[in-house]
Design a protein around this ligand. Structure first.
Ligand code: NAD
Ligand code: SER
Length: 325
């Protein structure tokens, strides 16, 4: 019996990504498959993912709110590491607050409990710049600052961070996390966030040469290109445990810009592109978030450094979106 369980533990080296059909998941799965081999990376979601994820390796329909289903999947594939990405994002969460709380918290609890029960060894769970609020210093926001989030999403991420730190302190759980800024990508559309405008704008530029922005012209927010975000995630997860000093979540910085600045950069590629501003409820959400992030701690602890600034990101977005048309 003891021997069997030892053999079982030794053979456990597969990775499960929950929320694999989403904006981050669909790219993270491919990067993990490239690194560890397709068979070792099990993609899962409540809906089917895009063709690239579905065709390149194993996929399971999995509801993170169903702990038994999660446990069965972990056993079936001998999972040792989970990336738990399923959540409602800021704008959708504001419209469905009770369900957002249930999904964002219980999705995390189910995976933290798996780790406490020693059914997995390591967990990644993303936090967000939304943990900060109007009373946080807006510029160069430090790792540790006043945090009074004003959205359901921000409250859930802040509470999640405290639970991650508590599970680590109390049970030694190897849980790691990043406070992603707004993420910009060309492979899949974003899923209901306040920073989504910075992705939508590219599709509108190519289709209509015009964009109606739901944020004001001067709303500066921290952003990051997806390839940097995926690299940050892999680098954090590969860092030796003793170097990880922050078990709530790390600040990471990419770039900062506002709608008028990204529009100007787009005009460098498409001079006829125009933008109009029609702020809606998302303006108030964005107004409570930082404008730029201090990521000194991530740089010190595991050598983080972003590669993409605004011009490089815009050029790469157009290169890839045009190639995929
Ligand atoms: P997304 O909405 O694109 O993807 C989330 C995925 O989770 C979707 O494919 C959805 O079908 C799936 N999902 C929803 N409910 C589920 C359930 N019950 N069980 C299993 N899967 C379920 O979101 P994303 O942008 O990829 O974000 C992933 C994570 O990163 C989230 O936790 C989000 O809060 C965080 N994050 C994202 C950003 C960003 O800019 N995209 C920024 C900060 C933090
Ligand atoms: N990009 C996310 C959102 O806008 C921030 O976590 O919700």
């Amino acid at each position: 019996m003891q021997l069997n369980s030892k053999v079982y533990q030794m053979g456990k080296d597969a990775i499960l990504v929950v929320g694999a059909a989403g904006q981050i998941g669909s790219e993270l799965v491919m990067a993990l498959r490239e690194k560890h081999g397709a068979k070792k990376v099990i993609a899962s979601d409540i809906r089917e993912a895009g063709v690239e994820v579905m065709k390149s390796g194993p996929f399971e329909i999995l509801d993170i709110l169903n702990k038994q289903q999660l446990e069965k999947t972990v056993e079936k594939y001998r999972i040792s590491e989970v990336f738990q990405l399923a959540a409602l994002l800021s704008a959708t969460a504001e419209e469905n607050p009770m369900f957002a709380w249930e999904l964002n918290m219980n999705g995390l609890f189910h995976t933290l409990e798996l780790a406490r029960e020693k059914k997995i060894d390591k967990l990644f769970w993303p936090s967000s710049i939304a943990i900060f609020g109007a009373t946080t210093p807006k510029e160069n926001t430090p790792q540790t600052a006043v945090m009074e989030p004003q959205t359901v999403y921000g409250i859930s991420k802040q509470a999640g961070e405290r639970w991650c730190a508590w599970y680590h302190q109390k049970y030694g759980i190897d849980v790691r996390s990043l406070r992603y800024p707004g993420l910009i990508s060309y492979k899949s559309l974003p899923g209901g966030g306040t920073t989504d405008y910075a992705v939508d704008i590219f599709h509108s530029a190519l289709k209509d040469k015009a964009y109606a922005c739901f944020l004001n012209a001067d709303t500066t927010l921290p952003m990051m290109y997806m390839s940097d975000a995926v690299r940050a995630t892999l680098e954090l997860m590969e860092t030796p445990a003793e170097q990880i000093k922050i078990r709530s979540s790390y600040n990471i910085s990419g770039m900062s810009f506002n709608p008028s600045q990204i529009a100007r950069e787009i005009q460098n590629h498409y001079p006829k592109f125009s933008i109009q501003y029609h702020p809606d409820f998302r303006q108030e959400i964005a107004a409570g978030w930082p404008q730029s992030i201090n990521d000194t701690q991530a740089r010190q602890d595991w050598g983080w450094k972003a590669q993409y600034d605004l011009p490089a990101m815009v050029a790469d977005m157009f290169k890839n979106l045009s190639a995929n048309k």
